[in-house]
Structure formats: structure tokens, C-alpha cells
Design a protein around this ligand. Structure first.
Ligand code: AGP
Length: 620
């Protein structure tokens, strides 16, 4: 969602800010804007649509060179994606400019108050109210050092909802001020220069030194005096310092047409990085970063896995593995529903929140609800320094590197691997598995990067198949056991990338209704479990393939090497290497990622930034 960039330092702020916005494009947006301070005045430009539109405006009407600037990519919430609604928003008197991510929930009341004072609004956004309030507070604040920060604190105390705000003032050419509540913001520290970003991608080309801002904090950056962080009341706080372990090259396309293709290709390495340092020499799990004591882990009697979208699908698969290995009951829930149904949680409940970005608002709110109810929260997360791990009791980072494409690929596979680690670790600590059982599964985990590389090497026929599916109106996905969440994930990928109607079903549910939609030629993709899977699940899925084929479906079958039972019923057969049942989703998902990516590309769509979507969903 909205991307935020701020810069103060010796470089030309126009270039740094635009470059930062480009690096945040992946978050998803529908308008963009920039403001700089030069010669005691604020100058801004903004435009609906992609950054190229803004750049065209800037080419025709350049902003003055400046050493301080702010920039924004907006994902519309209040008011459509128009030029007027794009950020930055300037106060009526032109004294301050503001950019914002989040939703100001009490904006209607505050807007009415400003209008009563004679202020005319020029947009339909909730953000504009912050600009006018800030100008008023700035006017009222004592002159001298810290005046803009003082005004920002006054405004923040009046705002309800979630927000990151960054402001600059015409009279303060060396000062940037920002505030955050439940919305992301990180500070980058360079050599005599400072950066603000919704995430570190905005500035990793310049510096890897970063500071995390906590909840309800205001940062004032003065080019000469440096950084001061306070809470909304004005009490100084020490921000947490960290070094970003991603490099700038990791956030570039590296010769691929799409970030998504690059991220699919990176999956063997990403999985290896998730496992790195966590598998001991004796085949045991070493998860030192899970800061819960052995006794706390032994006391757990129920697990909730809470997440959104693709991360939720990882949770659905985790349930099969964790329950099987630990015998602890696991419930999986979409984060946006979790807190509203009053789940039963207590000190012996472990809530595992999964989030690639670490900023998904629904997941964050679920986490806070779990903590309010006294549950222990373990985060599985990719983005270092993000809000979700910071607020959790413990965190297991996936170390997948930056995921730029909106569609999650390596994020998902590494979440799965992290879930396996958590399940096995619990089994090890609680002594419910013999050591040699744990080490046998650990050996299977070690083989995953190679298995994934093998699947990737055989994807050309899948790409060819994808091109023949590009005109389909509906594609169905079927699976049983862990193949069912994989079917859901395959359908989600296709919907979000190719805008094709797609649904995933538990194969056994088909005959209870959905089979009626199958028509002559309807493509049905079936994820077949290993013939070695339990209680003839394999045989049942083979029967399901026959059922849909008998009704005219075009069957696309994903099955293990050597599984000959499926051959007579598969119009297209995609082979995957032999993999233990519970770990199989790591390999069976890959053809579905490639299929969705290739179909979208064939349809001429933007694979990395599908319409209406944002990479990290920072509003509820
Ligand atoms: C995945 O392809 C989606 N874009 C989306 O479902 C995503 O997984 C979801 O929004 C959760 O994001 P998170 O992992 O960053 O919390």
C-alpha cells in the first residue's frame, strides 16, 4: 500500500525521492507525488496513475533543486485515485506539506472543524485534514528548535486510526518530521544524510543502517543536529538500531522480465537460507531465536495460526504438519476474522502469526488481540524490523530476501519451511518424537532446495501449457490433505495475476456441489498426493480425476515421478520429484506459480503489480 519516502542531505532530493518511490512501486499504488523545500517555499507535483505520469509532469514543470524532499505513492482509500487526491497535501497557507499512509478514522469530525474555521478543502482525502491541523499547530508552537515536531505531536494526539505521517515545512529547509501509529516507517542513516521509508527498499541503495520507530512515536530529523525520537507526549525514547541484511541488488530484477520470475527462481536459495543455522549436526533443531523457554513450549495446549491470503494458506498446511508431529490441536484462521469472533485464548495458547511483510494490518490487529488475551505470540516473518515481529513474543525470520512482486512466491515457500521448523521444534522440545524421527525429517528438509531446483528446471512444458490456457474463463483446482491448501493457493495466484475466475476445492467436496460447474473443456488442475500417502488418499484423488474427466473437464495433473495410476486420466501431466507427504506442498506449489505468472504475461498483464492490489495491506 502507500509508499512513503523522505530525504534530507547533500544530494538532490528530487532524484533521491523519485528513486525511492520507484523502489516502493511494488507496494501497489494508483497515484504519486513529491514535494521539496527550496528558497523558503514548498513546491510540489502530483499525478494520478503510474510514476511515469508524475515524471512527465516534472519534465514539463521541473521542481527546484533541493536538499530536502518527501514523496508518496498512494493506494486510494478515501477518495478516488485522482490528481487532486494524490499526496503530498499542502496546508491552505502553503506552510507545510504532508504525506500519509493509513486511515484517519475521525477525519470527518476534524474536517468539519477545519471547515468551520473557513478552510477550503481541495481533495476528498482524510490526509488533507492532517495538513491543515499541522499548519495550525505549527503556528501555535513556540519558535525555535523542535517546532515542527512539537506541532506534529499536537496533531497526532488528536488523530484516531492508523497512520504514518511525514511532514516538511517551508520555513525549515533542514528538518523532516514523521510520526507513526500502527503503520510502517523506518529511518535510514547515511553519511550526513537521512532517509525515511515505508520499508527499507526505499533506501537500501544508499545505506543499510536503520532505526526502527516504535508505536506512537515521532521522529525529528535535523540535517545538522541528527535524530530525535519522542513519544506523542514529547518524552524522548531511544530508537532500536539495526543493520539491513538485504542488499540493493536483491531488490533489482537481475535480468528477469518480472520480479516474480526472479523470486520464483530464487526459491532454492531462499529455502536454504530459511534452514541456515537452524539444523544441528546431530539432525536436531536449533531455534535459539524462539525466545520462549522450554517450559513455556511444553505448557502449550493449543495453537492458532493466524494470517492473510497466501500466508494463511501456509498456515493451513502447517496445521497438518504441526498436529501430526506434536499432537497439539491447531486452528487456522484468517486474521481479519480472528478477533471479531472472540476466540478462546489463554497463557497456554500459542498464536503463530505469519506475514511476509510484517506490516499487514489485519494480522497485526489479531496479534494485539492475542496478546491482550494473554496468549504467547510467535511471528513467522520475512521483513526485518517490521511491526509484527517487533510486537511478538518471539520471531522466526524466513530470510527469503526482499519480495517485490505483489504475488507471494518465495515468501510462501519459506513460510512453509519455517512452519515445519516450528512444528518439529515443538515435537523435539516436548519429546513426542524420537530423536531419530526428528533427524529423518530434518534430512528431508535439507533435500528441499535441491528438489525445488529440480522442479524449476522442468518448467518449460508448464509455460507452454499456460499459453494454451490464457483464454480460459474459469480454472478449477483440486487437492486433498495438504494438496487442498495448495489448490487454494494455486487459485489465488491465478485470480490475482491473470484476473481469471479460479477456485480451489477439497477434491472430496466436489461431488457435494461444485462438480455442477464443470463443462466441456473446463480446465481442472489436480494436485495428486504421493501413492505412499495415508489411507489411500492417492486412490481417492485418482477417482476424482476420473469423475471430472467423465464430465468433460480438461485435466491437468500434478503427480509424483513414477505415479503411473494417473497417466490414463491426465490430459496434461506435470511431474514433481518424490517428496514426503507433509513437505510435498513445497514442490507442488511451484508449477502453479509458474502457470499463473505465464498466463498473466500471455494476457499482456502487469505480473508484478496486478490491478487493485497492494503488496502490503496496511489498512483493515
Ligand atoms: C499473495 O500473493 C498476496 N499478494 C497476499 O495474499 C498476501 O499473502 C497477504 O496480503 C498477506 O501478506 P503478508 O504475508 O505480508 O502479511
Amino acid at each position: 500500500m502507500c509508499g512513503i519516502v523522505g530525504y534530507v542531505g547533500p544530494q538532490d532530493a528530487r532524484d533521491v525521492v523519485l528513486e525511492g518511490l520507484r523502489r516502493l512501486e511494488y507496494r501497489g499504488y494508483d497515484s504519486a507525488g513529491i514535494a521539496v523545500v527550496a528558497d523558503g517555499a514548498l513546491s510540489s507535483a502530483k499525478k494520478a496513475g503510474k510514476l511515469a505520469n508524475l515524471e512527465k509532469v516534472l519534465a514539463e514543470r521541473p521542481l527546484p533543486a533541493a536538499t530536502i524532499g518527501i514523496g508518496h505513492t498512494r493506494w486510494a482509500t478515501h477518495g478516488g485515485p485522482t490528481d487532486r487526491n494524490a499526496h503530498p497535501h499542502l496546508s491552505a497557507d502553503g506552510s507545510v506539506a504532508v504525506i500519509h499512509n493509513g486511515i484517519i478514522e475521525n477525519f470527518a469530525v476534524l474536517r468539519a472543524e477545519c471547515e468551520k474555521d473557513g478552510i477550503e478543502f481541495t481533495s476528498e482525502t482524510d490526509t488533507e485534514v492532517a495538513a491543515h491541523l499541522l499548519a495550525r499547530a505549527y503556528d501555535a508552537a513556540p519558535e525555535g528548535e523542535g517546532r515542527l515536531a512539537d506541532a506534529m505531536r499536537t496533531v497526532c494526539r488528536r488523530l484516531e486510526g492508523a497512520f504514518t505521517l511525514v511532514a516538511t515545512a517551508a520555513a525549515e529547509p533542514d528538518t523532516l518530521v514523521a510520526a507513526r501509529r500502527s503503520s510502517p516507517l523506518v529511518v535510514g542513516i547515511g553519511d550526513g544524510e537521512y532517509f525515511l521509508g515505508s520499508d527499507v527498499a526505499a533506501f537500501i541503495a544508499h545505506t543499510r543502517e536503520a532505526r526502527e520507530l516504535g508505536q506512537d512515536q515521532v521522529v525529528e530529523i535535523d540535517r545538522h543536529r541528527g535524530l530525535t525520537v519522542t513519544d506523542f507526549a514529547g518524552a524522548e525514547v531511544e530508537p532500536t538500531a539495526y543493520t539491513v541484511d538485504w542488499d540493493a541488488a536483491a531488490a533489482e530484477k537481475g535480468g528477469y522480465d518480472w520480479f516474480m520470475l526472479k523470486e520464483i527462481a530464487e526459491q532454492p536459495q531462499a529455502i536454504a537460507d530459511t534452514l541456515l543455522g537452524r539444523l544441528g549436526v546431530r539432525g536436531e533443531l536449533v531455534l535459539d531465536e524462539v525466545r520462549l523457554s522450554d517450559q513455556e513450549l511444553r505448557d502449550i495446549d493449543k495453537i492458532f495460526v493466524v494470517a492473510c491470503g497466501t500466508a494463511y494458506h501456509a498456515g493451513l498446511i502447517a496445521k497438518y504438519a504441526i498436529e501430526h508431529w506434536t499432537r497439539i490441536p491447531v486452528e487456522v484462521e484468517v486474521a481479519s476474522e480472528f478477533r471479531y469472533r472472540d476466540p478462546v485464548l489463554d497463557r497456554s495458547t500459542l498464536v503463530v502469526v505469519i506475514s511476509q511483510s510484517g506490516e499487514t494490518m489485519d494480522t497485526l490487529m489479531a496479534l494485539r488481540h492475542a496478546k491482550d488475551q494473554n496468549a504467547r505470540v510467535l511471528a513467522i516473518c520475512n521483513a526485518n524490523g517490521s511491526t509484527i515481529p517487533r510486537e511478538s513474543d518471539a520471531v522466526l525470520y524466513t530470510h527469503a530476501g526482499p519480495e517485490v512482486a505483489v504475488a507471494s512466491t518465495k515468501g510462501f515457500l519459506t513460510q512453509l519451511v519455517a512452519c515445519y521448523l516450528v512444528g518439529l521444534f515443538l515435537a523435539q522440545i516436548r519429546g513426542v518424537k524420537y530423536e531419530d524421527e526428528v533427524s529423518a525429517i530434518v534430512a528431508d528438509l535439507r533435500r528441499l532446495p535441491e528438489a525445488v531446483a529440480q522442479v524449476l528446471a522442468g518448467m518449460e512444458p508448464v509455460r507452454e501449457l499456460a499459453r494454451s490456457l490464457a483464454d480460459a474463463n474459469t480454472i478449477l483446482f483440486l487437492g486433498r490433505h495438504v494438496g487442498f491448501p495448495v489448490a487454494l493457493e494455486g487459485a489465488l495466484k491465478l485470480k490475482e495475476l491473470a484476473y481469471i475466475h479460479a477456485e480451489g476445492f477439497a477434491a472430496g467436496e466436489l461431488k457435494h456441489g461444485p462438480i455442477a460447474v464443470i463443462d466441456q473443456g473446463t480446465p481442472v488442475i489436480v494436485i495428486v498426493p504421493s501413492p505412499r500417502s495415508r489411507e489411500s488418499v492417492h486412490g481417492k484423488v485418482v477417482s476424482n480425476i476420473q469423475e471430472v474427466r467423465a464430465r468433460g473437464a480438461r485435466t491437468i495433473v500434478i503427480a509424483e515421478e513414477g505415479d503411473e495410476d494417473v497417466v490414463p486420466y491426465a490430459d496434461h501431466l506435470i511431474r514433481i520429484p518424490r517428496t514426503p507427504t507433509l513437505l510435498a506442498p513445497v514442490v507442488t506449489t511451484i508449477p502453479l506459480q509458474v502457470l499463473a505468472c505465464e498466463i498473466a504475461d500471455t494476457r499482456g498483464l502487469d505480473v508484478d503489480q496486478p490491478r487493485n492490489l497492494a503488496k502490503s495491506v496496511t489498512v483493515e
